[in-house]
Design a protein around this ligand. Structure first.
Ligand code: CA
Ligand code: CA
Length: 324
């Protein structure tokens, strides 16, 4: 059952539009809203910062999205670890391809010098764009039309733009600015060149009350199993053992799993002994916990190197005196 009238991130209120909330899937520090009448995501860049999918940290990715009535520019953004190092590609008509500051490139729609461009992109048209990063090269493809190109069409399309200038080691994915819809993000987790894992699909639809719909879920024991960003798995003792990227499929309405981002192991005494952060780009790490009784005294990484030690006092229960 849908939870109605849930407000998540606060969105700047433009008088020209209705104020709408987003699901907690998106985080924004710029003006962004879902336009209820046109069912689109409109992102206004007011402070050169972006709107990003929360916690969707990836390395090799492919983002496909619809740019309806593309007439000014749309700017997919990524590497959003912080807003000083925000990287983005501005896709706009009528301007020749121009490299600007490192990590901030402007791609012109009528740049006929770009390899594979068969015809200039025309402003005011509906376009589909696909941005792909294979670990080395960022490529951009686009196709005019209202319906999504199928995979064979994408394969046959020439590259509008490519660059190896981006130093992408795992940040957020989103948009700096633009009007977009029907966003799909896939990843190549095993680095074999195919993007087999769907991490997110968003049609940016509002419910009848005009609110983005979160529909968090719980299991019969009351454990939170989906919060709009992640899905959570528990063992028979209600201990959290797995966290997975997840999204609510816009077609089926089902909570759909992406990559596992966290796996937790416990020993027979119920102590957490291993935590693995996975598929989270630069955050990936294995943490092993060693105990004295119920107290963690040492943490090691996956290579068995000590990364943290905790010294406990003998006087009180839970008397942590030093961590280093
Ligand atoms: Ca793959
Ligand atoms: Ca939509």
């Amino acid at each position: 059952m849908a939870i109605q009238n849930v407000q998540f991130d606060s969105i700047i209120d433009y008088t020209a539009y209705n104020r709408k909330s987003l699901t907690d899937r998106w985080m924004t520090v710029s003006g962004a809203h879902i336009n209820a009448s046109s069912d689109r995501f409109e992102i206004a860049s007011v402070v050169q910062s972006g709107t990003f999918l929360r916690d969707l940290r990836v390395n090799r990715f492919r983002m496909t999205f619809f740019a309806p009535g593309w007439n000014n520019y749309v700017a997919p953004a990524f590497h959003g670890k912080d807003f000083d190092t925000l990287d983005y590609v501005v896709i706009r008509p009528y301007i020749n391809q121009t490299a600007t500051a490192s990590g901030r490139h402007v791609v012109g729609g009528n740049d006929t010098s770009a390899s594979g461009t068969t015809s200039p992109l025309s402003a005011g048209s509906d376009f589909w764009f696909r941005l792909e990063f294979d670990g080395t090269t960022l490529t951009l493809k686009g196709k005019q039309g209202t319906s999504a190109p199928d995979e064979s069409t994408w394969s046959s399309l020439g590259t509008l733009y490519s660059s190896t200038d981006f130093d992408f080691d795992g940040g957020y994915i989103g948009f700096l600015t633009g009007t977009v819809d029907t966003i799909t993000i896939e990843t190549d987790r095993d680095n074999n060149g195919s993007y087999e894992t769907v991490e997110h699909i968003d049609h940016l639809t509002l419910d009848g009350s005009g609110f983005a719909d979160s529909e968090p879920t719980h299991d019969p024991a009351g454990n939170l199993t989906y919060d709009g960003v992640h899905a959570f798995t528990y063992d028979a003792w209600n201990r959290l053992v797995k966290v997975t990227k997840a999204y609510r499929d816009p077609s089926s309405g089902n909570v759909t799993l992406g990559s596992v981002v966290n796996e937790i192991e416990h020993d027979g005494l119920g102590r957490r002994i291993v935590k693995q952060v996975k598929n989270s780009a630069d955050l990936d790490c294995t943490y092993k916990y060693y105990h004295d009784g119920q107290r963690v005294i040492e943490e090691r990484n996956g290579s068995d190197q000590v990364i943290k030690q905790h010294v406990w006092g003998a006087l009180y229960i839970d008397e942590l005196v030093q961590t280093g």
